[in-house]
Write a protein that binds this ligand. Structure first.
Ligand code: GKR
Ligand code: MG
Length: 416
């Protein structure tokens, strides 16, 4: 079987002003839809980041995938490396972690190749990853402080302004009612740290049995993080990226009793070794979009098992192809023992047939069809591609967007 054609379609999806320590989400988020066609008539799907550097990388590699056997992932890697000799990062200069363009592009195409293979043999993708240890995937609700949306050109707001502990708890209650989540992650690093502690304590009061985490994305110095961790001991299941950089995380780790998790200081296999040597983190967050695809995410799980590290999974703004891939990876990662987080409730659009998957008690069933188990809704893709063309947003820059809400905003990491 050989690849005959690759189609990359950039799309823009209406977003709402979710805040983080770098700034705030722009009016749309960007994704790339990937269709890989073969001479045997199978079409493999993928969904990747859509900002400029990823899109350029995907478009540079697409033409040279013609003739590739979707079973030959080493050849896929070789072709991606050949097309992208300068492996520089894909993230905006304002991001805190930079992901290698090679890994991101490889990951996007790998999922499509696995989808083809699953379709050919008539087996769900998790079977190609070693089999499912679970088929019901628990997700945590992803809570954000947010502004009220000012510009409604591309779509309505969701929940208006949420900038206090009480309104944040109200947001969690709304998600609890609509999705049934049993655990919560707060994107921190936005309000004064004491207000974020107050928020977590109020969440604890409202949801006494639910697991809680907070992710300030490097916003706190080590002394601040130590003070906060002392107040939240016994409240959090883990603390995600409180400080910026591996050494600051290691320094904090030695001072506190809450496990530390990361999707910022460990984003490549080599960094696992450094993190273990320094005892900088106890949990690594999986993400098939840059951990060398679904097979890389499974390797990550195995390395973490061997290194006695926990595994969780984090997300970026995404749609249903990514959601399906997350479910398959979660199904096939035995030691992924924490609920995955998902941005999914923060958009209302979908590009897969059948519309938006329904969460039940905070969980999703892994799709059982062959491959990813999802089909593309071409009309929905065309509509969001039109929005991509008209929205005039081609990159993600949360810091720049923040100036629309706070004109004298200065990005500072750590801030407190
Ligand atoms: O969507 O603002 C956001 C998140 O901050 C996202 O970009 C992160 O990659 O959620 C992610 C995380 O740090 O876990
Ligand atoms: Mg994070």
């Amino acid at each position: 079987m050989k690849i005959t054609e690759v189609i990359i379609t950039p799309i823009a999806i209406p977003d709402v002003p979710l805040a983080n320590t770098k700034g705030v989400h722009p009016s749309v988020f960007l994704r790339s839809v990937i269709e890989v066609k073969t001479d045997s008539g199978f079409v493999g799907l993928g969904e990747g980041y859509g900002a400029k550097r990823t899109l350029d990388g995907l478009e540079a590699v697409a033409p040279i995938l013609e003739g590739l056997d979707p079973y030959d992932l080493r050849d896929l890697r070789r072709r991606v490396e050949a097309a992208l000799p300068d492996s520089g990062g894909v993230n905006a200069p304002t991001a805190l972690a930079d992901h290698k363009v090679i890994d991101v592009v490889y990951s996007a195409f790998e999922i499509a190749c696995l989808d083809i293979r699953g379709k050919e043999v008539g087996r769900p993708l998790y079977d190609l990853l070693g089999g499912a240890v679970r088929k019901t995937i628990p997700f945590g609700g992803y809570l954000f402080y947010k502004f009220a949306k000012q510009d409604l050109t591309f779509g309505p707001d969701i929940m208006g302004e949420v900038m206090t502990p009480d309104t944040l708890v109200a947001q969690a209650n709304e998600f609890s009612r609509d999705y049934g989540f049993k655990s919560w992650k707060l994107k921190g690093g936005v309000l004064e740290p004491e207000l974020e502690v107050e928020t977590m304590l109020k969440l604890r009061e409202s949801f006494p049995d639910h697991a809680l985490r907070i992710d300030p994305m490097g916003a706190w110095t080590v002394p601040t993080a130590k003070r906060i961790a002392d107040q939240l001991e016994g409240v959090l299941e883990y603390l995600e990226d409180p400080c910026r950089g591996m050494d600051a995380m290691a320094e904090l780790s030695a001072l506190i009793h809450i496990p530390l998790a990361t999707n910022l200081v460990v984003v490549e296999f080599e960094q696992i070794i450094e993190a273990v040597k320094k005892d900088a983190v106890q949990i690594v967050l999986s993400d098939h979009h840059y951990w060398r695809g679904a097979t890389g995410a499974i390797h990550l799980g195995e390395m973490c098992r061997a290194a006695n590290l926990g595994v969780s999974m984090h997300s970026n703004s995404h749609l249903g192809i990514s959601l399906a891939a997350m479910c398959h990876v979660a199904a096939a990662t035995p030691n992924l023992t924490y609920d995955c987080d998902t941005h999914y409730p923060w958009s209302t659009k979908e590009i897969i047939k059948g519309g938006r998957p329904k969460f039940k008690d905070g969980t999703l069933q892994v799709p059982e069809g062959p491959g990813l188990g999802v089909e593309l809704d071409h009309e929905a893709v065309a509509e969001l591609h039109e929005l991509y063309k008209t929205a005039m947003v081609k990159d993600r820059d949360d810091t720049d967007e923040m100036l629309k809400y706070i004109p004298d905003y200065v990005r500072k990491v750590p801030r407190w």
